[in-house]
Design a protein around this ligand. Structure first.
Ligand code: HEM
Ligand code: HEM
Length: 144
């Protein structure tokens, strides 16, 4: 169970990162060049939202399945950089990133002009992207 979840979280992350990068660059580019908001912008931001929500769910189940606290106390976890990242830093940052994507997506739907719609996505998805890039455990991810 745990290894299946870990594998799912490992591979699904490629899709998540790819979609956040694509949707962010698309929105930033179209905001700066004052392009029209089109159906494909909507689909792109929605697909990014969906894959990141699925990833959030996988991450949460993985976190609970790991049952970290059965083996270590909170004090021991905080003293170990890898454990602190897995148990605290990575989940907190990523939950925040997915929340920002959700807020950006919801805000963009309510805006009425192309520029405002694209700007909402551009701002919120960009901050989410920075957080995700900062808190992916790159060594563990790319060495597997
Ligand atoms: C831990 C699991 C999840 C949490 C906490 C969560 C939370 C949320 C929240 C807070 C919203 C925003 C509602 C709004 O203001 O409009 C939302 C929207 C959405 N979620 Fe999730 N979600 C989760 C899992 C999923 C999964 C597994 C999927 C897809 C299979 C999904 C698909 C969506 C979609 C499509 C929307 C946006 C609908 C729309 O406004 O067009 N979510 N979710
Ligand atoms: C956009 C969101 C996220 C991305 C892109 C992401 C990405 C990753 C990546 C690439 C790894 C390394 C996987 C490996 O190769 O073994 C990882 C590990 C992990 N993630 Fe996430 N993650 C996200 C959200 C979350 C969330 C919301 C949680 C929990 C609430 C979570 C919990 C974990 C845990 C516990 C590990 C360590 C697994 C282990 O080594 O045992 N992740 N994540």
């Amino acid at each position: 169970m745990y290894s299946t979840l870990k594998m799912l979280h490992h591979y699904w992350a490629y899709l998540v990162l790819f979609m956040i990068v694509v949707a962010t660059f698309n929105a930033v580019y179209k905001t700066m060049t004052k392009k029209e908001y089109e159906a494909r912008d909507f689909r792109m931001s929605l697909f990014t939202l969906i894959v990141s929500h699925i990833h959030l769910l996988i991450g949460l189940v993985l976190w609970f399945a790991a049952d970290y606290f059965s083996e270590m106390s909170m004090g021991e976890i905080m003293k170990n950089a890898t454990m602190r990242s897995n148990v605290v830093e990575h989940p907190v940052a990523m939950i925040l990133a997915v929340a920002l994507i959700t807020i950006g997506y919801s805000k963009h739907k309510k805006k009425l002009t192309s520029t405002n719609k694209l700007k909402s996505i551009a701002i919120f998805y960009s901050i989410a992207l920075v957080l995700v890039l900062a808190k992916i455990p790159w060594k563990a991810w790319l060495n597997l």
